[in-house]
Design a protein around this ligand. Structure first.
Ligand code: ADP
Ligand code: MG
Length: 390
């Protein structure tokens, strides 16, 4: 049986107040946090995220025409658009639901006009992927109201296309995949080249994942992201004369990289070392979760952070502060920055009993070191998106 949407009462009440009458269904889609595998996605590598217990819910009902009416309760906004829309219109917030409808139609699915209301609790802009939660929840709502059944992969890909091509944000495939396909108690090991995935059981009873939002906006992230991608492409080009089968850093082993280290510039070598070792760590982390080896998982998270800080150079003083503070708490087995870097959030793996001390120490020490307050979210791996009929 599908889980009850967390904000069911709220979106149903808002639907009734907006349109009169009950919605037919409520779809839900969660945010996510990546446990390990950072800056590996665009190098055709692996990522290992979980879905978190914060979600966006869409209440929807079919209309008799081709109009889409949507109300974003959390933003206090409301708008409508026709199903035959060809260019993005209206404010940015509207482009997420719009884009998903457009991409599903472009993929040949006949949608119905709907009335919809949506709301949620995935923090917006904290790096927990509220945008994917909106997209994936709408994809379910559109499919279910039109009576079509889509795979999680189809939902994820249409959602990703919406974000890339309609909203104009160049994200990878991770966010939408994990929001659409996650399984309770499991992490999702996703191969970003083949889009094959595996649900990895997290055999760590009494452990939780703690997300710590630095509350620093990721202002630098855009331009530096482009530079990192260019560094990685340049490293691949420098390696290709010796390793002709290499299409991306995913194809290079740590040993091969060291063998050809002289062919790369210092910067290329640092970037490439991060990526090839992070790929190896991510695969090893999946094995550690499965084996219930919390100690090894923690070490891998710790190495990942150091590598992102020193080799890939995408961490920040605030991220380093929150990771160091978290790591100092007994029962926290690992901590690292997560997401693109330059702000956003860090993630820790902690014993249940360490959560309260962790929260206290962060509340005390993070403001002393940074002048800011961090937000802390305690998470267990939640199920991916679904919907219920009312
Ligand atoms: P994130 O890291 O949270 O994904 P993004 O900038 O990618 O940050 O996406 C945030 C945007 O997604 C918001 O500005 C808004 O347009 C949309 N969004 C997220 N959550 C909601 C919500 N609950 N209601 C309406 N729009 C939302
Ligand atoms: Mg986003």
């Amino acid at each position: 049986m599908n889980p009850t949407p967390k904000h069911l009462d709220r979106v149903v009440a808002a639907f009734e107040a907006t349109y009169g009458g009950r919605p037919e269904l409520v779809a839900r889609a969660p945010g996510r946090v990546n446990l390990i595998g950072e800056h590996t996605d665009y190098n055709d590598g692996w990522v290992l995220p979980i879905a978190i217990p914060y979600e966006v819910n869409v209440a929807a009902k079919t209309r008799q025409d081709d109009q889409m009416r949507v109300r974003a309760v959390d933003l206090g906004k409301q708008a409508s658009f026709g199903l035959d829309i060809e260019e993005p219109s209206g404010d940015t917030w509207l482009r997420y639901p719009q884009g998903v409808a457009v991409m599903l139609r472009r993929e040949g699915h006949a949608l119905q006009g709907i009335d919809a209301v949506y709301a949620g609790d995935v923090p917006r802009g904290s790096g927990l992927s509220s945008s994917a939660a909106v997209e994936v929840a709408f994809a379910h709502a559109y499919a279910a109201t039109a009576g079509i059944s889509l795979s999680g992969r189809q939902i994820a890909l249409a959602s990703k296309r919406a974000e890339n091509e309609w909203v104009g944000v160049p994200t990878g495939v991770m966010d939408q995949f994990v929001s659409a396909l996650a399984r309770e108690g499991h992490a999702l090991l996703l191969d970003c080249r083949t889009l094959e995935y595996e649900h990895i059981p997290i055999n760590l009873p009494d452990m939780v994942v703690v997300v710590m939002d630095t509350t620093v906006s990721r202002a630098l992230a855009g331009s530096e992201y482009g530079k990192r991608r260019a560094d990685c492409e340049a490293a691949v080009q420098a390696l290709q004369p010796h390793l002709p089968d290499v299409k991306a850093l995913r194809d290079v082993s740590p040993e091969q990289l060291e063998e050809h280290a002289d062919d790369l510039t210092d910067v290329q070598l640092k970037r490439a070392r991060h990526v090839v070792r992070e790929n190896a760590r991510t695969l090893e982390a999946a094995a550690a979760l499965r084996a219930g080896d919390a100690g090894r998982m923690g070490e891998l998270m710790h190495s990942s952070h150091e590598s992102l800080r020193d080799l890939y150079e995408v961490s920040s003083p605030d991220l380093n502060a929150v990771v160091e503070i978290a790591s100092s708490v007994d029962g926290v087995v690992g901590a690292r920055m997560t997401g693109g870097g330059f702000g956003g959030s860090a993630v820790a793996l902690a014993q249940q009993s360490a959560v309260e001390p962790l929260q206290r120490v962060i509340a005390e020490q993070y403001p002393q070191r940074t002048g800011r307050h961090a937000k802390v979210f305690v998470c267990e791996a939640d199920p991916g998106a679904s919907f219920i009929r009312l």
